[in-house]
Design a protein around this ligand. Sequence first.
Ligand code: URA
Length: 455
Amino acid sequence: MTLHAVDLIRKKRDGEALSAEEIRFVVEGAARETIPEEQLSAWLMAVFLRGLSLAELDTLTTAMRYSGEVLDHQGDGRRTVDKHSTGGVGDKTSFLVAPIAAAAGLADPMISGRALGHTGGTLDKLESIPGYRTHLSLDEMRGVIAKCGCCIVGQTNNLVPADRKLYSLRDRTATVESPYLICASIMSKKLAAGLDALVIDVKAGSGAFLRDESESAYLAALMVETGERAGTRTVAIQTDMSQPLGRFAGNWVEIQESLALLGNQRHRLSEDCREVSLVLAGWMIYLGGKARSAEAGRGIAEEKLADGSALRIFREMVAAQGGDLAALDAGAAFHAPRFRRRFCAERSGFFSACNCTGVGWAVQRLGAGREQAGEPVEAQAGLEMHVKLGDKVESGQPLVTLFTEDEALFAEPEHLLRAAITIADEPIDPPTLIRQVINADNKNKFLKPAGHKYD
Ligand code: URA
C-alpha cells in the first residue's frame, strides 16, 4: 500500500498508534529528504503532543539508528563506553569523562551535538579550539581512537542522517522537549556508534528540557529500556540542572574550565562539575568492566585526574583532531572577549532560585549560540557565575560576569539574568546534585507512574 505523509500526520494527530512500516516511512523520508520539512515538522508536533507507545518508540529509534551507516565495534580490543547528556547549561562533563574513560583502558567514540535551544553544544565549544575538526570520516575516527582511546566528533551525513534532519527541525519548531523525541534522538546516535555500555546524564531542574523530576525520570527509564532492548548496557544518572554546572558557561570559557579540572585544579564553583563528571566516569568504568562497582570506578576516575593521564589524553585527542595545542596553552588570553560586564546583586540576601533556562538563553544571546542553523558562533561569548544557589550575597556584589564580542548584545542577557536570578531573605539548602540512578533493575518503576501525563 502506498503511504502518504499527510495520512501519518493525521493518524498521530488523532492519537492513533503508527505501524512499524509507517514509522520507517517517516524516518526514511527524513533521512533522504523525500518528505518536505513542513510535513516532518507537523509529524514531530503530533508526536510531541500525543506521545508514542514503547513499541513505537523502539521502532522509531531502531529506524533512525539504521538510517545511515552503523559503526562496528570501535574499541580496537577495548570495550566501548560512552556518556551522553540530555542537555544543560555549562555542562562540560564530556571533556572530562571521555579522556578519563580512555585513561582507564576503555574506548569512547563520542558523537556529540551542537547548541540546541538554550543548551550549549559540545561541538561548538570544541570548535573554539583553532583547527579542531569535529567532522571526521569513519576511518579517521578509528585512527583517533586507536591513538588516544577517545574522540569527540559530530554526526556525519552517513551516521544517523534522520536525526540530523529531525534534530534541526525540532530546534525550529518547539518540539525539543518531548521524552520520546529526545530518547529516539539520543539513543539512535548512541546505538549507531556500536557501544558496549552507555551512561546517560539525565538532567532535572529549571535548566533541563524536562524540568520536572518525574518527567525526567520517565525519560531516563525510556532510554534505559531502549538501550537494554538493543543489547547495550544502559544506566541513567539523574543530575541537577537548576543552576549552571560549574563556574563558566559558553564556548572557550568552558574549554578553559575543563582544562583546569582535567589538571586536577579545584575551585569552589567548579566542584559540582567535577563531582558529576567523576560519578559519570565511575559508572562508565564500572560498566566497561574495569572496576567492581561504580564507586570503585569513581576512585579510578579520580586517579586519572590526579596522575595527569586524563589531561594528557585530552591534549592528544585535540591534536589528533587537528586542534592547535599552542592556542589551548595560551589559556583565557587566546580568545579574550572584547567586552565584559558585571551583573551585580540589587539587594542583600541569599541566592535562592535560578531559572537556569533563562541563564542558558543569556549565554546563547551573548553570541555563544545561533538563531538559525548553520550560523557561526562566537568562541569568546559566555559568562562566569560567581555564586551558587544557597550562597549569601551582599547588595552590589557581582553575581555574573558576561563576555561578548558585541557590546550591543549585553542588553537582552542582562534582562534575562534579572528575571532568572532571585535573591531572597530566607536561606535555602543547595540542590541535591546526584538525584538518582535509573537502570535495568528499577526502570519499570519509572516507566508507568500512576497518573503520569504520558500514560
Ligand atoms: N541531545 C540530543 O542529542 N538530542 C536531543 O533531542 C536532546 C539532547
